[in-house]
Design a protein around this ligand. Structure first.
Ligand SMILES: Cc1cc2nc3c(=O)[nH]c(=O)nc-3n(C[C@H](O)[C@H](O)[C@H](O)COP(=O)(O)OP(=O)(O)OC[C@H]3O[C@@H](n4cnc5c(N)ncnc54)[C@H](O)[C@@H]3O)c2cc1C
Length: 482
């Protein structure tokens, strides 16, 4: 009787799951496990929004497995001890899992592999979270890309695998090893759980995908740049982060939606959305090929920057008290929900690094702790792009103006009014710069701006030039993420 253990990590689903499917098809008995790793739970990068989403996704996964006749075994402890012990307990000949590309995860998996080897148990990891891995999209000379556009072009020439089926019922009676109950609340995990707006789990992931691809994807080109009551983006990132939806399924359904696009504009929107999914893989391959980005700038000269902002300014940014309405609304939304729209992420990241002149790494850490979709590769890429020190980053001299950015993405001020109630009565034409109406500002109780954008812009350019040693070429000072 061949028993294989599947170890769940960032792939919390029963359909289109490479390792789970292989473990199921190649074995007589499948045992599925999730292991709480305290090194992750106690990391300063982990916070309640993500633990909440994870816990609820595990509950859904456990129910889904149960409905198919399988059990989710839950254990807690160092994986290099827990996984080999369970494998031995159930008589597994091998442990299968899906690859996780973060430096901590890769080192952990090597420890688990070594511990299993000592017990003569196999370990096999599978590609699952991405369509193409870090050494699969290469230049003609066999090197890896560090610029998105050619990477994306090459990515699109490669074949895309289709989704895998859902696993079936057990083929023979399965052992039912002892399992920890999933905690009711996050206290037991060190994270009193925040309220979350995100339905979690596999069904919710698929529903979010279907809902987006039904119609919203066709307006994505516009929707991704504005804040509307019905979100113009998919909000799939927590699901992609935890694997409650599979990337092959996403691309398969996108292809079907694309075939329904009746105009060039609709077609272009589908392709723009595909580009965003490729950005995700681009940043994963950057992290995997250059793990040093987790600790410093992709362009090392930028590690020399003498950041000048104060702790008080950082605290004001975190709390949404900078006096710049779009920045404060975005940060308050993040703090309350664990979510922030991509355009707002760029605006607040630019503001922290360019207006407050505070290190992108402090912002990166704060985002990791608060975001429901916090993901090392995408977050690091986004921060380095915004700070101007990353791969094909917005150059450092490209500085967003928070007022005009606010006017573009929140033209009538509805988003600001929702999150900055002090400005609930402000007229649309001045809601993004309430200081232009001193009486209104005084009456509102809203904070005056903690810095002046025009002044900071000049100081920031000088700060960057000091390490760059070159005058900034003359280009428009605002551009959007391609
Ligand atoms: C400073 C900063 C920090 C960020 N931190 C994260 C993070 O921690 N986790 C995260 O998933 N994304 C991060 N992003 C990227 C992006 O903001 C989110 O992926 C996006 O807002 C998620 O919303 P959505 O699912 O509706 O995206 P959609 O617009 O519907 O895009 C579909 C999917 O493509 C991927 N994607 C989209 N844009 C990007 C991008 N620029 N980089 C990488 N992948 C992308 C995501 O998986 C997303 O779910 C960050 C961006 C910035 C500027």
């Amino acid at each position: 009787m061949k028993t294989v253990l599947h170890w769940f990590r960032r792939d919390l689903r029963v359909s289109d799951n490479t390792s789970l499917w292989q473990a199921y098809t190649e074995s007589d008995r499948l045992v599925a496990v999730f292991c709480w790793d305290d090194a992750i739970l106690q990391s300063p990068d982990v916070g309640p929004a993500r633990v909440n989403f994870l816990l609820r996704s595990l509950e859904a996964l456990s129910r889904n497995l149960e409905s198919l006749g399988h059990q989710l075994v839950v254990r807690r402890g160092p994986p290099e001890e827990v996984i080999p012990a369970l494998a031995r307990e159930v008589g597994a000949i091998s442990v299968f899992t899906n690859r996780d590309y973060e430096p901590y995860a890769m080192a952990r998996d090597e420890r688990v592999r070594a511990a299993l080897k000592e017990r003569s148990i196999g370990f096999r990891s599978h590609k699952d979270a991405v369509i193409h891995e870090e050494r699969e999209v290469l230049t003609r000379t066999g090197t890896v890309y560090s610029v998105f556009t050619p990477y994306s072009r090459a990515w699109k020439t490669l074949p895309v695998a289709g989704p895998l089926p859902r696993i079936g019922a057990p083929k023979s009676p399965v052992p039912s090893p002892p399992s920890l109950p999933l905690p009711n609340g996050g206290e037991a995990l060190g994270h009193p759980l925040a309220q979350s707006l995100f339905p979690a789990g596999e069904r919710a992931g698929l529903q979010a995908l279907e809902a987006f691809l039904e119609e919203r994807v066709f307006g994505y080109d516009h929707g991704r740049n504005v804040l509307e009551t019905i979100p113009g983006t998919s909000q799939l990132s927590p699901h992609l982060r935890f694997g409650t939806v599979g990337i092959r399924t996403v691309l398969d359904r996108l292809q079907t939606a694309r075939s329904r696009a009746t105009t060039a504009t609709r077609l272009k929107s589908c392709d723009t959305w595909l580009s965003e999914l490729i950005w995700r893989e681009f940043y994963i391959q950057i992290l995997t090929n250059h793990p040093r980005v987790a600790a410093g700038a992709f362009r090392p000269e930028y590690n020399q920057i003498q950041w000048q902002g104060t702790d008080g300014q950082f605290d004001a940014w975190c709390a949404g008290q900078t006096g710049y309405p779009i920045v404060d609304a975005a940060m308050r939304c993040l703090n309350a929900t664990g979510w922030m729209h991509n355009r707002l992420r760029m605006i607040v990241a630019m503001f922290l690094t360019k207006d407050l002149m505070i290190s992108w790494q402090r912002g990166e850490r704060y985002f990791m702790r608060t975001l429901v979709d916090g993901d090392l590769a995408a977050n690091n890429g986004g921060w380095q792009w915004s700070a101007g020190c990353g791969t094909d980053a917005a150059p450092y001299f490209r500085i967003f103006n928070p007022v005009t950015q606010g006017e573009k993405c929140d033209p009538d001020g509805a988003f600001v009014r929702q999150w900055v109630p002090e400005l609930a009565d402000a007229p649309s034409d001045s809601i993004q710069e309430p200081w232009a109406r001193p009486l209104l500002l005084a009456r509102s109780g809203y904070v005056p701006p903690i810095v002046q954008h025009d002044v900071q812009r000049g100081r920031c350019l000088a700060m960057f030039k000091a390490v760059k040693g070159a005058a900034a070429p003359s280009i428009p000072n605002e551009e959007t993420h391609e």
